[in-house]
Write a protein that binds this ligand. Structure first.
Ligand code: OAD
Length: 242
């Protein structure tokens, strides 16, 4: 296991860091992960409940379980892990956060350069008239409808959907240009996000994994701690070095 000091030294030396984050960083904000024990996909088959084909044929399935994994955009606050990544951006050493999360917590924490690979809860749109609603409050358990009568779908990626092409392109570019990737709270199995740490390594960057259960087999350094405790420690060390 690497020390916080070692990681901070690397960050300060390289300066061109990106972070790739997943559900684990938001666990301390009260949002369940997907593949941990008792995680969402142990209870529900994502193909039945969270695929675009299932949504189009019967949106009530998705909306039925939605409250089990996430509620409304305004109901969550960033935790110490998100705030630490915002501090690293402010200190000039973290260039981008690439996230698989849809909770918007990196932006709420203050990061400006955020690439949301799987979209965001901030917006929802009508499948019929395409009207977009911002930070909508939707009830649990039943599909919400647009004023025109069409069913509403969050601007988030469901299984079987393409990722937003510009976000994906930018994620590839920033990853290929980084010198260090912080891989935080992700099982790193869902493509195409899962290919990014490998791309970082092929491009000559080191990968530092922060995850209590090491998930990425090719990490150069591992901090086997929760993001909300590990990332602030790294920031404290970086502040001492700068
Ligand atoms: P997963 O649930 O697959 O993985 C969460 C990871 O976070 C695991 O490796 C945990 O060990 C780790 N973890 C748990 N608590 C943590 C903590 N406090 N600090 C740090 N790490 C912690 O979530 P993702 O990898 O984000 O996609 O899943 C990727 C995608 O699969 C999601 O974006 C979602 C899902 O299906 C879509 O819905 C399209």
């Amino acid at each position: 296991m690497a020390t916080y000091r070692e990681i901070a030294e690397l960050i300060v030396e390289e300066k061109a860091c990106v972070a790739l984050t997943g559900a684990g960083i938001s666990a301390e904000s009260g949002i369940a992960t997907f593949r941990d024990k008792g995680g969402l996909w142990e209870k529900y088959d994502p193909v039945v409940y969270a695929s675009i084909d299932a949504f189009r044929s019967d949106p009530s399935k998705y909306w039925l379980i939605r409250g089990d994994f996430i509620r409304n955009y305004d109901e969550y606050a960033p935790n110490a892990g998100h705030l630490a990544l915002a501090a690293l951006e402010e200190l000039g050493v973290l260039k981008h956060v690439i996230t698989q999360n849809i909770d918007g917590l990196h932006r709420k924490a203050g990061n400006r350069n955020v690439i949301e690979l799987h979209g965001s809860l901030r917006e929802i749109h009508c499948l019929k008239c395409r009207r977009t609603y911002l930070a909508p409050k939707v009830p649990d358990g039943t599909p919400p409808y647009c004023d025109c009568g069409g069913v509403l779908k969050p601007n988030t990626v469901l299984f079987g959907e393409q990722l937003p092409p510009q976000a994906l392109e930018k994620a590839y570019r920033e990853t290929a240009n980084c010198r260090l990737m912080l891989l935080v709270g992700t099982s790193a199995v869902v493509q195409p996000a899962a290919s990014l740490p490998y791309l970082a390594k092929r491009s000559g960057a080191a990968v530092v994994e922060v995850n209590p259960e090491k998930a990425f087999d090719a990490a150069d350094y591992v901090i086997a701690e929760k993001a909300a405790s590990a990332l602030p420690e790294i920031v404290a060390q970086v502040q001492q070095l700068i």
